[in-house]
Write a new protein. Structure first.
Length: 403
């Protein structure tokens, strides 16, 4: 459980966009936004039997009614009961419009992602889904959502890709987040979505957090693939039937189609420290067929324990490189070796004068396929090290493994 990071959803941030700029950005996304309410009657606590409502923002990710929002919309209902009476309603584009019933399709509670669905009486306007992995610190970002019944747009920049505690799936933003905007899209100037708004930092209201849109692929990958298949079908129709001697465009399209379907394969990642101080990062996949993973971009962050007993993420990644993958003979697994992890980790502990131990490190990984497709980041991997700093001797005192 994250102790130092609590998302306060009740603070109201100052507007940081001019009115014309705000209207320009809102016009890009407003038709795709939805105002969400969850209705339930608690079965425990002080509100037993008293109907309750909670509110969030969401956005269309398909033209047939799939909506992405924040999972913590359901948290209060789970705490005080009411699951058997839960109903979800959404108003499209304007909270004052007539609400329609939505169904809960699936959710990823650890990532704060929730997928809803409404009946497609007519095609909806989905937002274009992009990628966050190519972003750099300082890149401008926008978010639009509902503050009460008012549509509000905020702008800011990407602060970092590791958040407050070095968690790869929670990125920090230089923007204040008003109440009710959780679940809003975080997007670029052209309206392309790169993340989903989660909330703000309790200790620093000027910092907000988003979940990179890649982490929603477990919920919406079928929608991405469907769009890709539509594009490929249109390209094939445009290209037509090629004759002998023509440039081999159709085979290349077929290869892209095959590879993109395999992107949805479930890669299971783990890491183990060797006696030499290296880390062996291993994956397993459900099927042996191509594509395979060619390499990984990784960063390693230390967690340090201090005299008061708190354990906190180190300020920076102490390793950040690319490593090639060795694919196993069975085609269903592969591994990469990160050399000399314990030596720089010990240095991080040694030269932090207030640290007394380094209990673990976290490895964040972005895999690249053999066709150069970059996959979504893998879930961060925790590796126990159990380094203890010497209690006597001149500073800086060394940190050593206890096993």
């Amino acid at each position: 459980m994250i102790l130092r990071l609590i998302f306060a959803l009740c603070a109201i941030g100052a507007l940081v966009t001019s009115a014309p700029a705000q209207r320009a950005q809102e016009s890009l996304v407003a038709p795709s936004l939805v105002y969400i309410k969850i209705h339930y009657t608690p079965t425990k606590g002080e509100y037993v039997g008293v109907p309750q409502e909670d509110q969030a923002t969401g956005f269309f990710v398909s033209d047939d009614g799939f909506i992405l929002t924040a999972y913590h919309l359901l948290d209060r209902m789970h705490e005080i009961g009411g699951e058997d009476t839960t109903a979800v309603s959404v108003s499209i584009g304007d909270p004052e419009k007539q609400a329609v019933t939505a169904a809960i399709v699936n959710g990823l509670a650890p990532l704060d992602l929730l997928l809803l669905k409404i009946r497609p009486d007519e095609p909806f306007t989905p937002l274009k889904l992009g990628t966050a992995r190519t972003m750099e610190e300082g890149d401008p970002l926008y978010t639009s959502g509902f503050l009460g019944t008012q549509l509000l747009t905020k702008n800011g920049t990407l602060a970092n890709k590791v958040g407050q505690l070095g968690i790869g799936y929670l990125w920090a933003l230089n923007v204040q987040i008003p109440a009710g905007m959780s679940g809003s899209p975080v997007y670029l100037k052209d309206g392309t979505v790169v993340g989903l708004l989660k909330g703000q930092d309790k200790d620093d209201p000027s910092i907000g957090y988003m979940v990179p849109i890649e982490y929603a692929d477990a919920l919406i990958a079928h929608l991405r693939f469907r769009d890709i298949e539509r594009e490929i079908a249109l390209l094939k129709e445009e290209i037509g039937v090629w004759k002998d001697g023509d440039a081999p465009i159709a085979p290349r399209l077929a290869k892209v189609e095959t590879n993109m379907r395999d992107v949805g394969a479930n890669f299971d990642w783990s890491a183990e420290r060797t006696p030499s101080g290296a880390l062996v990062v291993t994956y397993r996949k459900l099927i042996a067929d191509p594509p395979q993973i060619k390499s990984i971009d990784y960063q390693v962050i230390a967690y340090l324990t201090y005299q008061d007993g708190t354990t906190i993420r180190g300020k920076h990644a102490f390793l950040k490189e690319t490593a090639p993958i060795h694919v196993h003979d069975d085609g269903q697994a592969g591994d990469a070796t990160i050399e000399n992890v314990t030596i720089p980790a010990a240095a991080v502990c040694q030269y932090d004068t207030d640290a007394v131990a380094l209990p673990w490190i976290v490895v964040s990984i972005i895999p690249k396929l053999d066709n150069d497709t970059v996959l979504s980041p893998a879930p961060p991997i925790r590796v126990d090290l159990q380094m203890i700093k010497a209690t006597a001797g001149p500073a800086p005192r060394p940190c050593k493994l206890t096993d």
